[in-house]
Ligand binder design. Structure first.
Ligand code: CA
Length: 230
C-alpha cells in the first residue's frame, strides 16, 4: 500500500507523555501520524498535511481544542475531517458543547487507549472507508479496498494503481466535485510535485478502464471546477 493511501491522523495534545503513548499506538495500528503540541500548530498542520482525522485535546495552549474544532467545521475545505475531542471535563454541559461545535466523537480523560483506538477506527471507517479496507459500491461498480479489485457488473476491471486511487477517492464521496488540486493532494500526496494536467491524463485512463466491458462513463467533468462521480 502506498503511503498516501494510509489514513493520516493529526494528534494534538500538549502533554508530551500522553502524546507519545497515543502516537505509538496510532502508528502500531498502521496509521500515519503528525503531531502538534498546541492549537496554533494544529491549524497550521491541517493546512500543510490535510489529515483524515484529528485526535484533539480540549485544553491546549494558544488556541483551545474547542476553537480549533469550531474553525475547522466552519470551513468547507476542512469540514469533512473527522474530529475526536479529548477532555478531562466530565460535565454533561461540556460534552454537549463539544458535540455542538461539530466534533464527531468525544472521549473523557482518563480514557482507555484500547477504547480510543476503537473510536479512531470507527471514525476513519466513516470518513475514509477506502483506506480502511471496506468494499465501496456505486451503481454497478464495486471496489474492494482490501483486495484492490474493482468490478463493474460483476466483471473484473483492469486498473493501474493511480487509477485505482482516483476511483477510491471518487467512490468515497459520490457526487462530490473534486478540484484537480484536491485530487493531486489525495491521490499523489502533498510532497510530490505533479502538474495538474497529469490529473486529466489519469482521469482519461480511468474513464477508459471503467468502460472496458461497456457501460456508460460514470465520471462527470464539471467545467471550471473539476470532476465528480455520478
Ligand atoms: Ca491539555
Amino acid at each position: 500500500m502506498a503511503a498516501a493511501e494510509l489514513p493520516l491522523v493529526l494528534l494534538v495534545e500538549d502533554e508530551p507523555a500522553q502524546r507519545e503513548v497515543l502516537a505509538y499506538n496510532l502508528e502500531a495500528e498502521g496509521f500515519r501520524v503528525v503531531q502538534a503540541a498546541d492549537g496554533e500548530e494544529a491549524l497550521m498542520l491541517v493546512d500543510e498535511a490535510a489529515p483524515d482525522l484529528i485526535v484533539l485535546d480540549w485544553m491546549l495552549p494558544l488556541v483551545s481544542g474547542i476553537e480549533v474544532c469550531r474553525r475547522l467545521k466552519m470551513s468547507a475545505e476542512t469540514r469533512n475531517i473527522g474530529i475526536i475531542m479529548l477532555s478531562a471535563r466530565a460535565e454533561e454541559v461540556d460534552r454537549v458543547r463539544g458535540l455542538e461545535t461539530g466534533a464527531d466523537d468525544y472521549i473523557i480523560k482518563p480514557y482507555s487507549v484500547v477504547e480510543l483506538m476503537a473510536r479512531v477506527r470507527a471514525a476513519l471507517r466513516r470518513v475514509r472507508p477506502a483506506t480502511m479496507g471496506l468494499v465501496l459500491e456505486f451503481e454497478d461498480i464495486r471496489l474492494d479496498a482490501e483486495t484492490h479489485r474493482v468490478y463493474r457488473a460483476d466483471k473484473v476491471l483492469k486498473l493501474g494503481p493511480t487509477e485505482f486511487r482516483l476511483l477510491s477517492t471518487f467512490m468515497e464521496k459520490p457526487g462530490r466535485v473534486w478540484a484537480r488540486d484536491q485530487l493531486l493532494d489525495r491521490v499523489w500526496g502533498r510532497d510530490i510535485y505533479v502538474d495538474t494536467r497529469t490529473v486529466d491524463v489519469h482521469i482519461g485512463r480511468l474513464r477508459k478502464a471503467l468502460c472496458q466491458h461497456g457501460g456508460e462513463d460514470p465520471l462527470r467533468t464539471v467545467r471550471g471546477a473539476g470532476y465528480a462521480l455520478g
